[in-house]
Design a protein around this ligand. Structure first.
Ligand SMILES: [Zn+2]
Length: 342
């Protein structure tokens, strides 16, 4: 995943929008959040949190920067997208005006939304994958099913197996993205190869299965099941859903387990050192006046950032009564997320 996160060139989209009012900008930011949620969670099963960056870490010239951060397996945050509320700042600098409904000429309000495609790829590969390779959600896998014949020395038998695999491929092609691996490699080699590529379901067909009129299905996350031709489609659907659940629960557990809490600077330090991931801690301010405390955290933890606070009110935690900033001991206004970063 390193080239996706640290390459000199990277792929991302940017959308630049202009509006009459600041309310319109905020509506766009909410819409961007929902788009990202649909892509990250509903499709890719990547847990993430939508944060407002602190004032010292926002896009230069913006009023505010809103991001979606996830956690990579090494515990570092990966910013997958950002939307900047540019206010009228750039409109004033570049003299971008429009005639409003009331006939008056006004400066436009702007937003800029940028999902980092390669950063999303890195998250998809890193968060779901295992030591054998990719694990891809069924819906997005380039090949959803691979068919592997298990052949021995009986040529007549082999011919029948290949025939059956051909039939299966033809039938499944109507509904799914299927590949029939009829190459000369051994079944074991093929299993490893297609596991590495993250194909969600493998169908194995050998002489014994053919005799019993059975088909073996192996889920990429490890589960093996036998079915009949008449129940094949139903079993594929079940296995696809089960795979999705496996991916989802593993990712959710990882994200939850690696989001810890701390009260003091020394707790932040030890937590970042032993668990990495996100640490939530009471903090004085995400306005400019909190930057000094963020710098101290960064220096003391060998590089952890104050990532911000959740944008959604229902995800924001209030510091308990009397809580003080983990660094300067002034009254804590926020519970901030802290993490090392890619
Ligand atoms: Zn402070």
């Amino acid at each position: 995943t390193r080239p996706f996160l640290r390459g000199r060139e990277f792929m991302f989209f940017e959308t630049h929008n202009m509006y009459a009012t600041h309310e319109d900008v905020m509506e766009q930011i909410e819409s961007d959040r929902q788009i990202m949620k649909r892509v990250y969670w509903d499709k890719l099963r990547l847990p993430h949190i939508f944060l407002i960056r602190p004032q010292w870490d926002k896009f230069l010239g913006a009023n505010n920067t809103y991001v979606s951060d996830t956690l990579m397996p090494d515990g570092r945050r990966n910013q997958m997208s950002s939307t900047h509320d540019l206010g009228q700042n750039f409109a004033k600098a570049y003299d971008i005006k429009f005639t409003d409904k009331d006939g008056e000429i006004k400066y436009a309000h702007q937003s800029c939304f940028g999902p980092g495609i390669w950063r999303i790829m890195a998250a998809l590969i890193g968060i779901h994958g295992d030591d054998n390779g990719l694990i891809l959600p069924f819906e997005i896998a380039p090949y959803q099913i691979v068919i592997v014949p298990v052949l021995f020395s009986n040529e007549e038998e082999n011919r029948k197996i290949i025939e059956k695999c051909d039939e299966l491929e033809e039938e499944l092609k109507q509904k799914y993205r299927v590949y029939f691996d009829n190459s000369n490699n051994t079944p074991g080699w093929k299993y490893n190869q297609w596991e590495m590529k993250g194909v969600p379901i493998r169908i194995e067909l050998g002489p014994k299965d053919l005799k019993e009129d059975k088909i073996v299905l192996v889920r990429r996350t490890g589960h093996k099941t036998k079915t009949t031709l008449s129940e094949l489609d139903q079993t594929i659907k079940q296995e696809a859903m089960a795979l999705d659940d496996d991916i989802k629960s593993k990712a959710e557990k990882y994200f939850a387990h690696n989001t810890k809490t701390a009260e003091t600077l020394s707790e932040i330090k030890s937590t970042i050192k032993s668990f990495r991931g996100f640490v939530k801690a009471p903090f004085c301010s995400i306005d400019k006046d909190g930057e000094g405390c963020a710098d101290i955290i960064k220096a003391e933890t060998e590089g952890a950032y104050v990532c911000g606070i959740p944008w959604l009110k229902e995800e924001q935690e209030q510091p308990r009564k009397g809580a003080v900033c983990a660094v300067c001991k002034k009254t804590a206004k926020h519970i901030v997320y802290i993490a090392k970063s890619w």
